[in-house]
Design a protein. Structure first.
Length: 269
């Protein structure tokens, strides 16, 4: 199947031409204040986010640590489901037609919504890629094909424990980028070993011809810069969500933008 060419591919191509690395923040849709989500997305894009990962809240997020679990719980309590998530993307697109948006979440909300309906509605809303944490590649061929059929990128996770066989399988299905989880365990956990990341990324590149993003354990400009030296993109979630969860409604967008500006400056230094 021919590779998808869309906003994500265009973004990475432009960054590569400038010899810069992608900054990909993750936030949970609807958290910490539902009415601030679109404003936060816009502020992060203006501050230097290259792709925005928007988390779809789910009641049993087994790959997420306590910070992102709490964010999902707050969003669910506020009534945020797939319909509202797609509404946020649609609203974001009214003011931003260039920054890619990736929906990140779990299979259950997609299956409840209806897979075909989800793919069509995500495309119509202006989504660019989809990362379903608990869809292993061997069970995901039909879904990946449906996404690609609408010009959406199926994005996959790779971990330190991923076998060569799994990397090859993901290499055959993935487009947009792959997301290397740099730590064993849940999001927001542990200490980042940049030497181990530097060893893992070349192994991944042997099997995968999309850009490689690295996340989990990146908390500040220094860790972001170290990871960017060996990867194509830096993904930051837990630290950002942690900063946002204590903000009142009026400070959310400004806090998110300030954090992105700091990381962007470190990456570009």
């Amino acid at each position: 199947m021919s590779p998808v060419t869309g906003r994500i591919a265009a973004t990475f191509a432009a960054l590569k031409a400038q010899q810069r690395k992608a900054l990909i923040p993750f936030v949970t849709a609807g958290d910490p204040h539902p009415e601030a989500t679109v404003e936060l997305m816009q502020a992060m894009a203006e501050a230097g986010a290259d792709v925005i990962e928007l988390g779809v809240p789910f009641s049993d997020p087994m790959a997420d640590g306590p910070v992102i679990q709490r964010a999902g719980e707050r969003a669910l309590k506020a009534g945020i489901g797939m319909t509202q998530v797609l509404d946020y993307v649609r609203a974001f697109r009214l003011g931003n037609s260039s920054t890619p948006v990736v929906l990140m979440g779990y299979a259950n909300p997609v299956e409840r919504y209806g897979m075909e309906r989800f793919v069509a509605d995500a495309k119509a809303a202006g989504v660019d890629g989809v990362l379903i944490v608990d869809y292993p590649p061997e069970e995901c061929e039909a879904f990946a094909a449906a996404l690609k059929g609408q010009g959406l990128d199926p994005i996959f996770l790779l971990a330190p424990t991923s076998s060569e066989e799994r990397m090859a399988r993901i290499g055959a299905l993935a487009s947009g980028y792959v997301y290397y989880v740099s730590l064993k365990g849940v999001t927001g956990a542990g200490h980042l070993d940049t030497a181990a990341v530097a060893e893992a990324v070349p192994r991944i590149r042997r099997h995968v011809n999309t850009p490689v993003g690295v996340g989990f354990g990146i908390r500040d400009g220094a860790t972001a810069r170290a990871v960017a030296e060996v990867s194509d993109a830096v993904v930051i979630g837990s630290r950002l969500v942690q900063l946002l969860e204590v903000q009142n409604r009026d400070n959310v967008a400004a806090t998110g933008a300030q954090f992105i500006r700091e990381i962007r400056a470190a990456l570009d230094a």
